[in-house]
Design a protein around this ligand. Structure first.
Ligand code: HEM
Length: 550
Protein backbone atom coordinates (compact mmCIF):
# COMPACT_ATOMS: atom_id res chain seq x y z
CA UNK A 1 0.00 0.00 0.00
CA UNK A 2 1.05 3.57 -0.57
CA UNK A 3 1.82 5.43 2.66
CA UNK A 4 -0.88 7.94 3.62
CA UNK A 5 0.68 11.35 3.29
CA UNK A 6 -0.70 14.68 4.31
CA UNK A 7 1.37 17.34 2.70
CA UNK A 8 1.11 20.98 3.69
CA UNK A 9 -0.58 22.52 6.68
CA UNK A 10 -4.33 22.01 7.01
CA UNK A 11 -6.20 25.23 6.31
CA UNK A 12 -3.45 26.79 4.22
CA UNK A 13 -3.61 27.21 0.46
CA UNK A 14 -3.11 24.21 -1.77
CA UNK A 15 0.44 24.10 -3.09
CA UNK A 16 2.10 22.55 -6.11
CA UNK A 17 3.32 19.73 -3.82
CA UNK A 18 -0.29 18.89 -2.88
CA UNK A 19 -1.33 18.77 -6.52
CA UNK A 20 1.69 16.59 -7.34
CA UNK A 21 0.68 14.24 -4.52
CA UNK A 22 -2.82 13.84 -5.95
CA UNK A 23 -1.26 13.19 -9.36
CA UNK A 24 1.13 10.61 -7.95
CA UNK A 25 -1.54 8.55 -6.27
CA UNK A 26 -3.55 8.56 -9.51
CA UNK A 27 -0.59 7.50 -11.62
CA UNK A 28 0.26 4.70 -9.20
CA UNK A 29 -3.34 3.54 -9.36
CA UNK A 30 -3.63 3.72 -13.14
CA UNK A 31 -0.22 2.38 -14.16
CA UNK A 32 1.13 0.66 -11.05
CA UNK A 33 -1.96 -1.33 -10.16
CA UNK A 34 -1.81 0.01 -6.57
CA UNK A 35 -4.95 0.66 -4.59
CA UNK A 36 -5.38 4.39 -4.58
CA UNK A 37 -4.97 6.37 -1.37
CA UNK A 38 -8.52 7.56 -1.79
CA UNK A 39 -10.01 4.02 -2.25
CA UNK A 40 -12.10 5.24 -5.19
CA UNK A 41 -12.60 3.36 -8.45
CA UNK A 42 -11.47 5.04 -11.62
CA UNK A 43 -14.20 5.56 -14.20
CA UNK A 44 -13.09 4.27 -17.55
CA UNK A 45 -14.94 5.76 -20.44
CA UNK A 46 -14.75 7.86 -23.55
CA UNK A 47 -14.01 11.56 -23.46
CA UNK A 48 -17.02 11.97 -25.80
CA UNK A 49 -19.22 10.82 -22.88
CA UNK A 50 -18.56 14.12 -21.17
CA UNK A 51 -17.48 16.44 -23.96
CA UNK A 52 -20.73 17.03 -25.82
CA UNK A 53 -21.96 19.92 -23.68
CA UNK A 54 -23.91 17.69 -21.32
CA UNK A 55 -21.12 16.54 -19.04
CA UNK A 56 -23.54 16.09 -16.15
CA UNK A 57 -25.33 13.31 -18.06
CA UNK A 58 -22.05 11.49 -18.75
CA UNK A 59 -21.23 11.74 -15.05
CA UNK A 60 -24.63 10.23 -14.24
CA UNK A 61 -23.95 7.17 -16.42
CA UNK A 62 -20.65 6.60 -14.62
CA UNK A 63 -22.33 7.03 -11.20
CA UNK A 64 -24.79 4.27 -12.10
CA UNK A 65 -21.82 2.02 -12.87
CA UNK A 66 -19.33 3.01 -10.15
CA UNK A 67 -21.41 4.43 -7.29
CA UNK A 68 -20.29 7.33 -5.09
CA UNK A 69 -17.60 8.53 -5.05
CA UNK A 70 -15.70 7.57 -8.20
CA UNK A 71 -12.75 9.23 -9.83
CA UNK A 72 -12.38 10.69 -13.26
CA UNK A 73 -8.98 11.54 -14.76
CA UNK A 74 -8.26 13.75 -17.77
CA UNK A 75 -4.49 13.70 -18.32
CA UNK A 76 -2.97 15.21 -15.18
CA UNK A 77 -6.32 16.49 -13.89
CA UNK A 78 -8.61 14.39 -11.76
CA UNK A 79 -11.93 14.84 -9.99
CA UNK A 80 -13.85 12.90 -7.40
CA UNK A 81 -17.48 12.71 -8.39
CA UNK A 82 -19.87 12.60 -5.43
CA UNK A 83 -23.53 11.59 -5.86
CA UNK A 84 -24.65 10.65 -2.37
CA UNK A 85 -26.65 12.80 0.08
CA UNK A 86 -24.74 11.73 3.21
CA UNK A 87 -21.43 12.54 1.52
CA UNK A 88 -22.86 15.81 0.20
CA UNK A 89 -23.94 16.76 3.73
CA UNK A 90 -20.42 16.04 4.98
CA UNK A 91 -18.78 18.25 2.34
CA UNK A 92 -21.28 21.11 2.34
CA UNK A 93 -22.27 21.26 5.99
CA UNK A 94 -20.38 19.14 8.52
CA UNK A 95 -16.84 19.52 7.15
CA UNK A 96 -17.33 22.62 5.01
CA UNK A 97 -14.22 24.41 6.34
CA UNK A 98 -12.10 21.60 4.89
CA UNK A 99 -13.25 22.47 1.37
CA UNK A 100 -13.09 25.59 -0.80
CA UNK A 101 -14.33 26.52 -4.27
CA UNK A 102 -11.07 25.52 -5.97
CA UNK A 103 -11.13 25.85 -9.76
CA UNK A 104 -14.43 27.74 -9.73
CA UNK A 105 -12.91 30.53 -7.62
CA UNK A 106 -9.87 30.68 -9.91
CA UNK A 107 -12.10 31.03 -12.97
CA UNK A 108 -14.48 33.58 -11.53
CA UNK A 109 -12.04 35.83 -9.67
CA UNK A 110 -11.24 38.03 -12.70
CA UNK A 111 -14.97 38.72 -13.13
CA UNK A 112 -16.38 38.65 -9.60
CA UNK A 113 -13.23 39.73 -7.68
CA UNK A 114 -13.91 39.17 -3.98
CA UNK A 115 -17.64 38.58 -4.36
CA UNK A 116 -19.17 35.80 -2.23
CA UNK A 117 -18.67 32.97 -4.72
CA UNK A 118 -14.88 33.24 -5.25
CA UNK A 119 -13.97 35.16 -2.04
CA UNK A 120 -11.20 34.02 0.30
CA UNK A 121 -12.54 32.71 3.66
CA UNK A 122 -11.89 35.96 5.61
CA UNK A 123 -13.59 38.24 3.05
CA UNK A 124 -16.38 35.70 2.58
CA UNK A 125 -17.33 35.62 6.27
CA UNK A 126 -17.43 39.45 6.52
CA UNK A 127 -19.43 39.94 3.32
CA UNK A 128 -21.79 37.01 3.94
CA UNK A 129 -22.71 38.53 7.33
CA UNK A 130 -23.41 41.85 5.59
CA UNK A 131 -25.38 40.46 2.63
CA UNK A 132 -27.66 37.85 4.22
CA UNK A 133 -29.62 40.40 6.34
CA UNK A 134 -30.31 42.38 3.15
CA UNK A 135 -32.67 39.57 2.02
CA UNK A 136 -34.96 40.15 5.01
CA UNK A 137 -38.71 39.51 5.15
CA UNK A 138 -39.98 43.07 4.54
CA UNK A 139 -37.69 43.46 1.54
CA UNK A 140 -38.70 40.12 0.00
CA UNK A 141 -42.34 41.08 0.51
CA UNK A 142 -41.74 44.31 -1.38
CA UNK A 143 -39.81 42.44 -4.08
CA UNK A 144 -42.90 40.37 -4.91
CA UNK A 145 -44.51 43.63 -6.07
CA UNK A 146 -41.41 44.56 -8.06
CA UNK A 147 -41.45 41.14 -9.78
CA UNK A 148 -45.02 41.88 -10.84
CA UNK A 149 -44.01 45.30 -12.17
CA UNK A 150 -41.13 43.87 -14.24
CA UNK A 151 -43.41 41.14 -15.57
CA UNK A 152 -45.82 43.72 -16.95
CA UNK A 153 -43.12 44.56 -19.52
CA UNK A 154 -42.83 40.88 -20.37
CA UNK A 155 -46.61 40.52 -20.74
CA UNK A 156 -46.66 43.49 -23.17
CA UNK A 157 -44.00 41.92 -25.31
CA UNK A 158 -45.77 38.51 -25.27
CA UNK A 159 -49.03 40.20 -26.23
CA UNK A 160 -47.33 41.73 -29.27
CA UNK A 161 -45.80 38.39 -30.25
CA UNK A 162 -49.14 36.60 -29.99
CA UNK A 163 -50.87 39.25 -32.14
CA UNK A 164 -48.43 38.70 -35.00
CA UNK A 165 -50.06 35.37 -35.84
CA UNK A 166 -46.95 34.34 -37.74
CA UNK A 167 -46.69 30.75 -36.50
CA UNK A 168 -45.56 28.46 -39.31
CA UNK A 169 -47.04 25.11 -40.32
CA UNK A 170 -50.72 25.84 -39.66
CA UNK A 171 -50.36 26.42 -35.92
CA UNK A 172 -52.54 29.24 -34.58
CA UNK A 173 -50.70 32.08 -32.83
CA UNK A 174 -47.37 33.91 -32.95
CA UNK A 175 -43.93 32.37 -32.79
CA UNK A 176 -41.68 33.16 -29.88
CA UNK A 177 -38.44 32.02 -28.26
CA UNK A 178 -39.24 31.83 -24.55
CA UNK A 179 -35.80 31.11 -23.09
CA UNK A 180 -34.57 34.50 -24.29
CA UNK A 181 -37.70 36.23 -22.94
CA UNK A 182 -37.23 34.66 -19.51
CA UNK A 183 -33.56 35.72 -19.52
CA UNK A 184 -34.62 39.29 -20.25
CA UNK A 185 -37.21 39.52 -17.50
CA UNK A 186 -34.80 37.95 -14.99
CA UNK A 187 -32.17 40.54 -15.95
CA UNK A 188 -34.65 43.40 -15.53
CA UNK A 189 -35.60 42.05 -12.10
CA UNK A 190 -32.04 41.63 -10.84
CA UNK A 191 -31.07 45.10 -12.13
CA UNK A 192 -33.89 46.88 -10.31
CA UNK A 193 -33.83 44.85 -7.12
CA UNK A 194 -30.11 44.58 -6.57
CA UNK A 195 -28.86 47.97 -7.76
CA UNK A 196 -31.87 50.03 -8.83
CA UNK A 197 -30.98 50.02 -12.53
CA UNK A 198 -33.58 49.75 -15.29
CA UNK A 199 -32.09 47.46 -17.95
CA UNK A 200 -35.43 47.39 -19.78
CA UNK A 201 -34.10 44.37 -21.63
CA UNK A 202 -37.52 42.85 -22.35
CA UNK A 203 -38.20 45.68 -24.78
CA UNK A 204 -34.78 46.99 -25.69
CA UNK A 205 -31.15 46.21 -26.47
CA UNK A 206 -28.35 48.41 -25.21
CA UNK A 207 -24.54 48.27 -24.90
CA UNK A 208 -24.97 47.66 -21.15
CA UNK A 209 -27.23 44.65 -21.74
CA UNK A 210 -24.80 43.31 -24.32
CA UNK A 211 -21.99 43.79 -21.78
CA UNK A 212 -23.90 41.75 -19.18
CA UNK A 213 -24.36 38.90 -21.63
CA UNK A 214 -20.72 39.10 -22.64
CA UNK A 215 -19.69 38.73 -18.96
CA UNK A 216 -22.05 35.76 -18.59
CA UNK A 217 -20.82 34.07 -21.75
CA UNK A 218 -17.20 34.58 -20.69
CA UNK A 219 -17.85 33.20 -17.17
CA UNK A 220 -19.44 30.16 -18.80
CA UNK A 221 -16.68 29.79 -21.40
CA UNK A 222 -14.02 29.91 -18.67
CA UNK A 223 -15.77 27.26 -16.64
CA UNK A 224 -15.54 24.91 -19.66
CA UNK A 225 -11.94 25.76 -20.63
CA UNK A 226 -9.24 23.42 -19.30
CA UNK A 227 -6.33 25.94 -19.19
CA UNK A 228 -6.61 29.53 -17.90
CA UNK A 229 -5.13 31.15 -21.02
CA UNK A 230 -6.43 34.54 -19.82
CA UNK A 231 -3.68 34.49 -17.15
CA UNK A 232 -0.89 34.26 -19.72
CA UNK A 233 1.29 37.38 -20.12
CA UNK A 234 -0.19 39.84 -22.68
CA UNK A 235 -3.17 37.54 -23.37
CA UNK A 236 -5.59 40.31 -22.40
CA UNK A 237 -4.02 42.64 -24.96
CA UNK A 238 -3.46 40.13 -27.74
CA UNK A 239 -6.45 37.76 -27.77
CA UNK A 240 -9.40 39.50 -29.52
CA UNK A 241 -11.98 37.62 -27.44
CA UNK A 242 -10.31 38.85 -24.22
CA UNK A 243 -9.99 42.42 -25.54
CA UNK A 244 -13.71 42.47 -26.29
CA UNK A 245 -14.55 40.92 -22.93
CA UNK A 246 -12.42 43.48 -21.05
CA UNK A 247 -14.03 46.39 -22.84
CA UNK A 248 -17.52 45.00 -22.07
CA UNK A 249 -16.53 44.54 -18.45
CA UNK A 250 -15.41 48.18 -18.37
CA UNK A 251 -18.87 49.31 -19.58
CA UNK A 252 -20.45 47.34 -16.78
CA UNK A 253 -17.93 48.51 -14.18
CA UNK A 254 -18.63 52.14 -15.10
CA UNK A 255 -22.38 51.65 -14.61
CA UNK A 256 -21.85 49.90 -11.26
CA UNK A 257 -19.37 52.56 -10.05
CA UNK A 258 -21.83 55.30 -10.93
CA UNK A 259 -24.67 53.55 -9.04
CA UNK A 260 -22.43 52.89 -6.02
CA UNK A 261 -21.33 56.55 -5.91
CA UNK A 262 -24.92 57.73 -6.10
CA UNK A 263 -25.97 55.36 -3.30
CA UNK A 264 -23.04 56.46 -1.15
CA UNK A 265 -23.70 60.16 -1.72
CA UNK A 266 -27.27 59.79 -0.49
CA UNK A 267 -26.39 57.43 2.34
CA UNK A 268 -28.63 57.41 5.43
CA UNK A 269 -26.96 55.67 8.35
CA UNK A 270 -29.39 53.47 10.28
CA UNK A 271 -29.38 50.42 12.52
CA UNK A 272 -29.92 47.04 10.87
CA UNK A 273 -33.10 46.66 12.95
CA UNK A 274 -34.42 49.94 11.57
CA UNK A 275 -33.47 48.99 8.03
CA UNK A 276 -35.24 45.67 8.39
CA UNK A 277 -38.42 47.46 9.46
CA UNK A 278 -38.35 49.92 6.58
CA UNK A 279 -41.69 50.76 5.05
CA UNK A 280 -40.70 49.89 1.52
CA UNK A 281 -43.91 51.27 0.07
CA UNK A 282 -42.46 54.76 0.73
CA UNK A 283 -38.84 54.13 -0.18
CA UNK A 284 -37.70 55.56 -3.51
CA UNK A 285 -34.78 53.20 -3.97
CA UNK A 286 -35.48 49.82 -2.32
CA UNK A 287 -32.42 48.13 -3.83
CA UNK A 288 -30.12 45.75 -2.04
CA UNK A 289 -27.24 48.13 -2.79
CA UNK A 290 -29.04 50.84 -0.83
CA UNK A 291 -29.35 48.50 2.17
CA UNK A 292 -25.67 47.54 2.01
CA UNK A 293 -24.59 51.17 1.85
CA UNK A 294 -26.99 52.39 4.54
CA UNK A 295 -26.08 49.65 6.97
CA UNK A 296 -24.31 50.92 10.09
CA UNK A 297 -20.55 50.60 9.73
CA UNK A 298 -20.74 49.76 6.03
CA UNK A 299 -17.54 51.61 5.22
CA UNK A 300 -16.65 49.21 2.49
CA UNK A 301 -14.70 50.35 -0.50
CA UNK A 302 -16.30 50.71 -3.90
CA UNK A 303 -14.37 47.75 -5.27
CA UNK A 304 -15.90 45.35 -2.69
CA UNK A 305 -19.41 46.65 -3.41
CA UNK A 306 -18.78 46.30 -7.15
CA UNK A 307 -17.69 42.67 -6.61
CA UNK A 308 -20.78 41.94 -4.48
CA UNK A 309 -23.11 43.40 -7.10
CA UNK A 310 -21.40 41.70 -10.04
CA UNK A 311 -21.61 38.34 -8.22
CA UNK A 312 -25.32 38.71 -7.59
CA UNK A 313 -25.94 39.87 -11.14
CA UNK A 314 -24.28 36.76 -12.55
CA UNK A 315 -25.47 34.27 -9.89
CA UNK A 316 -29.05 35.49 -9.83
CA UNK A 317 -30.01 35.95 -13.42
CA UNK A 318 -29.57 32.95 -15.72
CA UNK A 319 -30.33 30.52 -12.89
CA UNK A 320 -33.87 31.85 -12.48
CA UNK A 321 -34.33 32.15 -16.25
CA UNK A 322 -33.43 28.46 -16.61
CA UNK A 323 -36.01 27.41 -14.01
CA UNK A 324 -38.70 29.37 -15.87
CA UNK A 325 -37.70 27.86 -19.19
CA UNK A 326 -37.82 24.26 -17.98
CA UNK A 327 -41.01 24.79 -15.96
CA UNK A 328 -42.78 26.00 -19.12
CA UNK A 329 -41.28 23.12 -21.08
CA UNK A 330 -42.50 20.51 -18.57
CA UNK A 331 -45.97 22.04 -18.18
CA UNK A 332 -46.41 22.21 -21.97
CA UNK A 333 -45.41 18.55 -22.11
CA UNK A 334 -48.01 17.70 -19.43
CA UNK A 335 -51.31 19.43 -20.33
CA UNK A 336 -53.12 17.93 -17.32
CA UNK A 337 -50.58 19.53 -14.95
CA UNK A 338 -50.80 22.81 -16.87
CA UNK A 339 -54.60 22.73 -16.42
CA UNK A 340 -54.20 22.10 -12.69
CA UNK A 341 -51.77 24.95 -12.23
CA UNK A 342 -53.94 27.34 -14.27
CA UNK A 343 -57.04 26.46 -12.25
CA UNK A 344 -55.13 27.39 -9.11
CA UNK A 345 -53.85 30.68 -10.56
CA UNK A 346 -57.35 31.61 -11.81
CA UNK A 347 -58.87 30.93 -8.43
CA UNK A 348 -56.27 32.65 -6.25
CA UNK A 349 -55.16 35.50 -8.45
CA UNK A 350 -57.39 36.33 -11.35
CA UNK A 351 -55.83 39.27 -13.20
CA UNK A 352 -54.14 40.88 -10.21
CA UNK A 353 -50.38 40.95 -9.81
CA UNK A 354 -49.45 38.44 -7.09
CA UNK A 355 -48.80 39.39 -3.46
CA UNK A 356 -46.79 37.38 -0.95
CA UNK A 357 -50.04 35.95 0.47
CA UNK A 358 -51.19 34.88 -2.99
CA UNK A 359 -48.00 32.89 -3.36
CA UNK A 360 -48.74 31.16 -0.07
CA UNK A 361 -52.10 30.18 -1.53
CA UNK A 362 -50.68 28.81 -4.81
CA UNK A 363 -49.16 25.65 -3.42
CA UNK A 364 -49.31 23.59 -6.61
CA UNK A 365 -47.46 26.30 -8.54
CA UNK A 366 -44.78 26.37 -5.83
CA UNK A 367 -44.42 22.61 -6.16
CA UNK A 368 -44.05 23.04 -9.93
CA UNK A 369 -41.08 25.34 -9.25
CA UNK A 370 -39.60 22.87 -6.74
CA UNK A 371 -40.01 19.91 -9.10
CA UNK A 372 -38.43 21.85 -11.98
CA UNK A 373 -35.43 22.60 -9.78
CA UNK A 374 -35.17 18.90 -8.99
CA UNK A 375 -35.18 17.81 -12.62
CA UNK A 376 -33.01 20.70 -13.84
CA UNK A 377 -30.68 21.79 -11.02
CA UNK A 378 -28.88 25.07 -11.78
CA UNK A 379 -25.92 24.53 -11.68
CA UNK A 380 -25.99 20.75 -12.18
CA UNK A 381 -22.57 20.35 -10.53
CA UNK A 382 -21.04 22.06 -7.50
CA UNK A 383 -17.28 22.42 -7.48
CA UNK A 384 -15.01 22.07 -4.45
CA UNK A 385 -11.35 21.45 -3.62
CA UNK A 386 -10.22 19.58 -0.52
CA UNK A 387 -8.00 21.70 1.79
CA UNK A 388 -7.31 19.01 4.41
CA UNK A 389 -7.30 15.24 3.95
CA UNK A 390 -10.48 13.82 5.47
CA UNK A 391 -12.70 10.74 5.50
CA UNK A 392 -15.97 10.68 3.62
CA UNK A 393 -18.83 8.80 5.31
CA UNK A 394 -20.20 5.75 3.48
CA UNK A 395 -23.82 6.85 3.14
CA UNK A 396 -25.37 4.87 0.31
CA UNK A 397 -21.96 4.62 -1.42
CA UNK A 398 -18.45 3.74 -0.24
CA UNK A 399 -16.14 5.11 2.43
CA UNK A 400 -13.26 7.08 0.97
CA UNK A 401 -10.41 9.39 1.90
CA UNK A 402 -10.34 12.73 0.16
CA UNK A 403 -6.72 13.72 -0.43
CA UNK A 404 -5.63 17.31 0.17
CA UNK A 405 -5.68 19.14 -3.16
CA UNK A 406 -8.28 16.82 -4.74
CA UNK A 407 -10.90 18.52 -6.93
CA UNK A 408 -14.53 17.51 -6.51
CA UNK A 409 -17.68 17.59 -8.60
CA UNK A 410 -20.70 17.25 -6.36
CA UNK A 411 -23.39 16.22 -8.81
CA UNK A 412 -26.74 17.77 -7.90
CA UNK A 413 -28.05 16.25 -11.12
CA UNK A 414 -27.19 12.71 -9.93
CA UNK A 415 -28.64 13.31 -6.48
CA UNK A 416 -31.87 14.71 -7.92
CA UNK A 417 -32.27 11.85 -10.44
CA UNK A 418 -31.52 8.98 -8.06
CA UNK A 419 -34.39 6.46 -7.89
CA UNK A 420 -33.40 5.51 -4.34
CA UNK A 421 -34.53 8.93 -3.14
CA UNK A 422 -36.97 9.97 -5.88
CA UNK A 423 -39.08 7.12 -7.26
CA UNK A 424 -39.80 7.63 -11.00
CA UNK A 425 -36.98 10.13 -10.82
CA UNK A 426 -37.07 11.19 -14.47
CA UNK A 427 -40.75 12.07 -14.38
CA UNK A 428 -42.14 15.53 -13.65
CA UNK A 429 -44.37 14.91 -10.61
CA UNK A 430 -44.95 18.10 -8.53
CA UNK A 431 -47.27 16.08 -6.27
CA UNK A 432 -44.33 14.04 -4.95
CA UNK A 433 -43.39 16.83 -2.52
CA UNK A 434 -46.49 16.20 -0.42
CA UNK A 435 -45.67 12.63 0.65
CA UNK A 436 -43.02 11.22 2.95
CA UNK A 437 -40.47 8.88 1.47
CA UNK A 438 -37.95 6.66 3.23
CA UNK A 439 -35.78 3.99 1.66
CA UNK A 440 -34.64 1.69 4.47
CA UNK A 441 -31.96 0.25 2.21
CA UNK A 442 -30.03 3.50 2.22
CA UNK A 443 -28.14 3.59 5.50
CA UNK A 444 -27.56 6.95 7.19
CA UNK A 445 -30.21 8.76 5.11
CA UNK A 446 -33.13 10.11 7.13
CA UNK A 447 -35.54 10.18 4.17
CA UNK A 448 -37.72 12.94 2.75
CA UNK A 449 -40.18 14.53 5.17
CA UNK A 450 -42.58 17.27 3.97
CA UNK A 451 -43.43 18.21 7.56
CA UNK A 452 -39.95 19.65 7.77
CA UNK A 453 -40.71 22.45 5.32
CA UNK A 454 -44.47 22.88 5.06
CA UNK A 455 -44.92 24.70 8.36
CA UNK A 456 -41.90 26.95 8.11
CA UNK A 457 -41.00 27.40 4.43
CA UNK A 458 -42.86 27.99 1.20
CA UNK A 459 -40.71 25.56 -0.81
CA UNK A 460 -39.15 22.11 -0.15
CA UNK A 461 -35.50 22.32 0.87
CA UNK A 462 -32.33 20.39 1.67
CA UNK A 463 -33.30 19.91 5.32
CA UNK A 464 -36.58 18.13 4.50
CA UNK A 465 -34.77 15.85 2.05
CA UNK A 466 -31.71 15.27 4.25
CA UNK A 467 -29.48 16.59 1.44
CA UNK A 468 -30.93 14.47 -1.40
CA UNK A 469 -32.39 17.69 -2.90
CA UNK A 470 -29.99 20.62 -3.05
CA UNK A 471 -31.28 23.17 -5.57
CA UNK A 472 -29.59 25.97 -3.64
CA UNK A 473 -26.72 23.98 -2.16
CA UNK A 474 -26.53 23.61 1.61
CA UNK A 475 -24.49 24.49 4.66
CA UNK A 476 -22.51 27.71 5.02
CA UNK A 477 -22.24 28.41 1.27
CA UNK A 478 -25.93 27.94 0.55
CA UNK A 479 -27.39 30.40 -1.97
CA UNK A 480 -28.29 33.77 -0.41
CA UNK A 481 -30.96 34.38 -3.06
CA UNK A 482 -32.98 31.15 -2.65
CA UNK A 483 -36.22 32.70 -1.44
CA UNK A 484 -35.88 35.66 -3.78
CA UNK A 485 -35.46 33.32 -6.76
CA UNK A 486 -38.31 30.95 -5.95
CA UNK A 487 -40.69 33.87 -5.34
CA UNK A 488 -39.56 35.46 -8.60
CA UNK A 489 -40.13 32.25 -10.56
CA UNK A 490 -43.57 31.76 -8.99
CA UNK A 491 -44.72 35.33 -9.75
CA UNK A 492 -43.49 35.14 -13.34
CA UNK A 493 -45.12 31.79 -14.05
CA UNK A 494 -48.39 32.91 -12.45
CA UNK A 495 -48.58 36.05 -14.59
CA UNK A 496 -47.55 34.41 -17.86
CA UNK A 497 -49.58 31.20 -17.58
CA UNK A 498 -52.73 33.09 -16.58
CA UNK A 499 -52.67 35.10 -19.82
CA UNK A 500 -51.16 32.88 -22.51
CA UNK A 501 -51.46 29.44 -24.07
CA UNK A 502 -48.32 27.76 -25.39
CA UNK A 503 -47.57 24.94 -27.80
CA UNK A 504 -44.20 23.69 -29.01
CA UNK A 505 -43.31 25.22 -32.38
CA UNK A 506 -43.68 22.13 -34.56
CA UNK A 507 -41.55 23.59 -37.37
CA UNK A 508 -38.59 23.91 -35.00
CA UNK A 509 -39.14 20.43 -33.62
CA UNK A 510 -39.24 19.10 -37.19
CA UNK A 511 -35.77 20.58 -37.82
CA UNK A 512 -34.35 18.36 -35.09
CA UNK A 513 -35.57 15.22 -36.94
CA UNK A 514 -36.93 13.68 -33.73
CA UNK A 515 -40.39 12.23 -34.38
CA UNK A 516 -42.20 13.65 -31.38
CA UNK A 517 -45.59 12.19 -32.26
CA UNK A 518 -44.16 8.68 -32.40
CA UNK A 519 -41.81 9.20 -29.43
CA UNK A 520 -43.14 11.91 -27.11
CA UNK A 521 -40.53 10.84 -24.54
CA UNK A 522 -37.88 12.15 -26.95
CA UNK A 523 -38.98 15.74 -26.51
CA UNK A 524 -35.96 16.50 -24.30
CA UNK A 525 -33.73 15.40 -27.15
CA UNK A 526 -35.57 17.62 -29.60
CA UNK A 527 -35.24 20.71 -27.43
CA UNK A 528 -31.86 19.51 -26.24
CA UNK A 529 -29.83 20.31 -23.19
CA UNK A 530 -26.41 21.86 -22.85
CA UNK A 531 -24.60 23.16 -19.83
CA UNK A 532 -22.56 26.05 -18.77
CA UNK A 533 -23.24 27.30 -15.31
CA UNK A 534 -26.89 26.32 -15.85
CA UNK A 535 -28.76 23.81 -18.02
CA UNK A 536 -29.80 25.58 -21.23
CA UNK A 537 -31.78 24.36 -24.20
CA UNK A 538 -29.63 23.72 -27.25
CA UNK A 539 -31.21 26.29 -29.51
CA UNK A 540 -33.88 28.01 -27.46
CA UNK A 541 -37.41 27.11 -26.34
CA UNK A 542 -39.35 27.82 -29.53
CA UNK A 543 -43.07 28.06 -28.86
CA UNK A 544 -46.28 29.20 -30.46
CA UNK A 545 -48.09 31.66 -28.22
CA UNK A 546 -51.68 32.90 -28.19
CA UNK A 547 -53.78 34.86 -25.74
CA UNK A 548 -55.77 32.71 -23.38
CA UNK A 549 -59.53 33.01 -23.64
CA UNK A 550 -60.77 33.88 -20.18
C1 HEM B 1 -24.89 30.27 -4.37
C2 HEM B 1 -28.39 28.15 -6.98
C3 HEM B 1 -30.56 32.46 -7.57
C4 HEM B 1 -26.87 34.61 -5.31
C5 HEM B 1 -25.70 29.33 -4.98
C6 HEM B 1 -25.50 27.89 -4.90
C7 HEM B 1 -26.46 27.31 -5.65
C8 HEM B 1 -27.29 28.36 -6.18
C9 HEM B 1 -26.65 25.82 -5.92
C10 HEM B 1 -24.42 27.18 -4.10
C11 HEM B 1 -23.13 27.11 -4.87
C12 HEM B 1 -22.07 26.29 -4.16
O1 HEM B 1 -22.28 25.80 -3.06
O2 HEM B 1 -21.02 26.12 -4.78
C13 HEM B 1 -29.26 29.16 -7.37
C14 HEM B 1 -30.46 28.93 -8.15
C15 HEM B 1 -31.06 30.13 -8.32
C16 HEM B 1 -30.25 31.13 -7.64
C17 HEM B 1 -30.93 27.56 -8.67
C18 HEM B 1 -32.33 30.47 -9.05
C19 HEM B 1 -33.32 29.63 -9.23
C20 HEM B 1 -29.78 33.40 -6.94
C21 HEM B 1 -30.12 34.80 -6.82
C22 HEM B 1 -29.07 35.41 -6.19
C23 HEM B 1 -28.08 34.39 -5.91
C24 HEM B 1 -31.41 35.42 -7.33
C25 HEM B 1 -28.89 36.85 -5.80
C26 HEM B 1 -29.76 37.80 -5.94
C27 HEM B 1 -26.01 33.62 -4.91
C28 HEM B 1 -24.75 33.88 -4.20
C29 HEM B 1 -24.18 32.63 -3.92
C30 HEM B 1 -25.10 31.63 -4.47
C31 HEM B 1 -24.19 35.25 -3.85
C32 HEM B 1 -22.87 32.36 -3.19
C33 HEM B 1 -23.15 32.19 -1.70
C34 HEM B 1 -21.90 31.96 -0.88
O3 HEM B 1 -20.94 31.35 -1.37
O4 HEM B 1 -21.90 32.39 0.27
N1 HEM B 1 -26.82 29.58 -5.73
N2 HEM B 1 -29.17 30.49 -7.10
N3 HEM B 1 -28.55 33.19 -6.38
N4 HEM B 1 -26.17 32.27 -5.04
FE1 HEM B 1 -27.72 31.38 -5.95
Amino acid sequence: DLPALQLGTPGTDITFADTAHVLRTNIEQIYGGYPSLDQCPLAEGEITDIADGTMFIGLQRYAQQYGSPYKLCFGPKSFLVISDPVQAKHILRDANTLYDKGILAEILKPIMGKGLIPADPETWSVRRRAIVPAFHKAWLNHMVGLFGYCNEGLIDSLNKASEKNDAPGGQKGGKIEMEEKFCSVALDIIGLSVFNYEFGSVSDESPVIKAVYSALVEAEHRSMTPAPYWDLPFANELVPRLRKFNSDLKILDDVLTDLINRAKNSRQVEDIEELEKRDYANVKDPSLLRFLVDMRGADIDNKQLRDDLMTMLIAGHETTAAVLTWALFELTKHPEKMAKVRAEIDEVLGDRNPTYDDIKNMKYLRLVVAETLRLYPEPPLLIRRCRTENKLPKGGGREATVIRGMDIFLSLYNLHHDERFWPNANEFIPERWESKYVNPEVPEWAGYDPDKWMNTNLYPNEVASDFAYLPFGGGARKCVGDEFATLEATVTLAMVLRRFEFEFDSSKLAETKVDIMAHPEDLEHAVGMRTGATIHTRKGLHMVIRKREL
